[in-house]
Design a protein. Structure first.
Length: 225
């Protein structure tokens, strides 16, 4: 079982106007235009163009011809669950995450979740701890150095969001229920190296087998769309 994880660095000075957005659908264009900050608009535009480009390459389609839908939410059954290709039994699953300066796209043959985010400021960690599972909280609190605690929290939170996105619940599921210090049952969660300012993880709905190497992630740098 293999997943691909693609990183894209996004310069804060890049403008959404620099890209051809004809591949985006009406909803994506409207969403991009709704951002007040130009940097947020550019980040969203780059992220969704990257997702369409990568999916189209794998499927032999044109980026603008891809149609997306949503699975039912596992929490309430409404149609706001995990994003999927709007075709019966999608041949490829995906997850998209973007944060200041970074885009992450994960592709896999089974449901997958990806998360990338900036490391929190050390002084903010105490206020964030209640959102963790007790086991996660203890692991973060073990770091006496504030910078180490911030790094530990960032790693755990990226793993947690990747897993919840893979489930399709997102933050609609109580974040204290799952201990992402290890793989949840039936899932493999891997940390991805992405520099000193960010944390990233990919969660794959496939158990980590003891008889074979862990799930291998192809992590190149997507330098152009």
């Amino acid at each position: 079982m293999q997943a691909e994880a693609w990183f894209l660095d996004v310069d804060a000075a890049v403008s959404a106007d620099a890209f051809d957005i004809t591949a985006l659908d009406a909803h994506e264009r409207q969403r991009a235009a709704s951002f007040v900050r130009a940097s947020d608009r550019a980040l969203y535009t780059v992220a969704h163009l990257a997702l369409r480009t990568l999916l189209a390459r794998r499927l032999g389609e044109r980026p603008g011809e891809l149609v997306f839908g949503r699975e039912p939410c596992p929490c309430c059954g409404a149609a706001h669950g995990r994003p999927v290709l709007a075709v019966p039994e999608p041949p490829l699953h995906f997850s998209l995450s973007h944060t200041e300066g970074l885009v992450l796209v994960a592709l896999a043959p089974v449901p997958v979740g990806a998360d990338a985010q900036r490391r929190p400021a050390p002084e903010s960690v105490p206020g964030l701890l209640p959102a963790l599972h007790p086991g996660e909280r203890a692991a973060v609190a073990d770091g006496a150095d504030p910078a180490l605690r911030a790094a530990a929290f960032g790693r755990i939170w990226a793993r947690k969001e990747a897993y919840l996105k893979g489930l399709g619940t997102g933050l609609g599921r109580d974040t204290t229920l799952d201990d992402l210090g290890a793989d949840p049952a039936g899932w493999t969660v891997d940390d991805l190296p992405c520099g000193p300012r960010h944390h990233a993880a990919v969660a794959l709905r496939a158990p980590r087998a003891d008889t074979r190497p862990p799930v291998a992630y192809h992590v190149p740098s997507l330098t152009r769309l």
